[in-house]
Design a protein around this ligand. Structure first.
Ligand code: ZN
Ligand code: ZN
Length: 355
């Protein structure tokens, strides 16, 4: 499996006339060789792969790393340089979008006589389409998170703090085997619902308010992402109206998901629907994003996206309406693009639940 992932680097060797690729982003390292620690470097040539780490990680790397020669070192850059010289490498690609200016200067300072070639975000595109084992992990973490939410929804009642809901949800995820939360949960009630990224605060939830809960779990380095908007007590007519519009936009967009569809076109399905109902100005963000080893990754679903859906992509669909001074609604599911359509991975109920 990991060998086939590494073969996805092959086109870059041709396209950029490279002798090797240096991988330093820890998520890409995990993706390509299986190492789950927090620091290391992977040097990949056409015929050999080396994984370098310091002594803290040697035993772990020997147990986890697949298909690479594990080398322990204290001076990582100097050891990499020695390997490059020994193997006659003249051009080495690096992950420009994951390398700070300071790190690049250090790298360039050590790698004298070797041309460093910026690979930008092309390496992130390698992770665009998930393989079967990744889809299995994403599916199980999404299920765990959805079930955790169901278990704590009964706590939503007037007087409960947003932060208490967030804390209980995280406990529930951990109890069910999550390694942690995928991000700081958003629990935004009443007027705070107008903030798309309103982190759980110490505000008490009032009767009649909508409550937007955007949550996800983290397990084996994979993330889940899902949002429900529920009502605490009987909601007013406008609350019901915007919930119904967002739900319909969400459902319409999901029904369209299939390989070959442009992400911009998919975004437009939901955006046009919301716009035609007079709420276009209140839907300011993109329709969704990829999910995997990062909570937000490629592709981006927005009016500016050039990406085309492909089988194996795992994306969110998350339209919303946010009205300043009033409140808001967002509904989000994560789904995998299949050969003939899609499969939804998240499973919390998206109907307007009145608690
Ligand atoms: Zn989310
Ligand atoms: Zn999201």
């Amino acid at each position: 499996m990991l060998k086939s992932r590494r073969s996805s680097l092959d086109p870059f060797f041709e396209e950029y006339a490279l002798d090797a690729v240096l991988i330093t982003d820890i998520r890409n390292i995990r993706y390509l060789c299986g190492f789950s620690g927090s620091e290391g470097a992977l040097l990949v040539s056409r015929s050999a792969v080396w994984f370098l780490c310091d002594s803290r990680y040697t035993a772990q790397a020997r147990a986890e790393v697949q298909g690479a020669d594990v080398r322990e070192c204290t001076l990582r850059l100097e050891t990499l340089y020695a390997l490059a010289v020994e193997n006659g490498f003249k051009r080495i690609g690096f992950e420009a979008s994951h390398t700070s200016v300071t790190a690049f200067r250090k790298l360039a300072g050590v790698f004298s006589g070797i041309e460093l070639v910026e690979l930008g975000s092309v390496l992130d595109n390698v992770r665009l389409c998930k393989d079967a084992s990744e889809i299995e992990l994403l599916s199980s973490v999404a299920f765990l998170a959805s079930k955790s939410l169901e278990a704590v929804l009964g706590l939503v009642k007037p007087g409960v703090l947003e932060s208490e809901i967030a804390l209980e949800l995280e406990f529930e995820m951990r109890r069910r085997g999550a390694d942690g939360r995928a991000f700081d949960f958003i629990v935004a009630s009443g007027v705070r619902g107008a903030m798309p990224h309103g982190r759980a605060s110490d505000k008490a939830i009032q009767s009649g308010e909508l409550v937007t809960i955007d949550f996800g779990a983290l397990k084996d380095a994979y993330h889940s992402d899902e949002t429900v908007t529920i009502a605490c007590g009987e909601p007013g007519p406008r609350e019901r109206e915007i919930h119904a519009i967002v739900k319909a936009a969400h459902d319409l967009a999901i029904e369209q998901v299939r390989p070959g569809l442009g992400c911009r076109e998919l975004d437009a399905v939901a955006r046009d629907y919301i716009g035609e109902r007079g709420y276009g100005e209140y839907f300011g963000h993109g329709l969704g994003h990829g999910v995997g080893l990062e909570i937000h990754e490629m592709p981006t679903l927005s009016p500016r996206s050039d990406a085309i859906l492909k089988e194996g992509m795992v994306i969110t669909i998350e339209p919303g309406i946010y009205i300043p001074g009033f409140g808001g609604v967002r509904i989000e599911d994560t789904l995998v693009v299949t050969a003939d359509g899609y499969r939804v991975l998240t499973c919390a109920d998206k109907q307007l639940l009145i608690l």
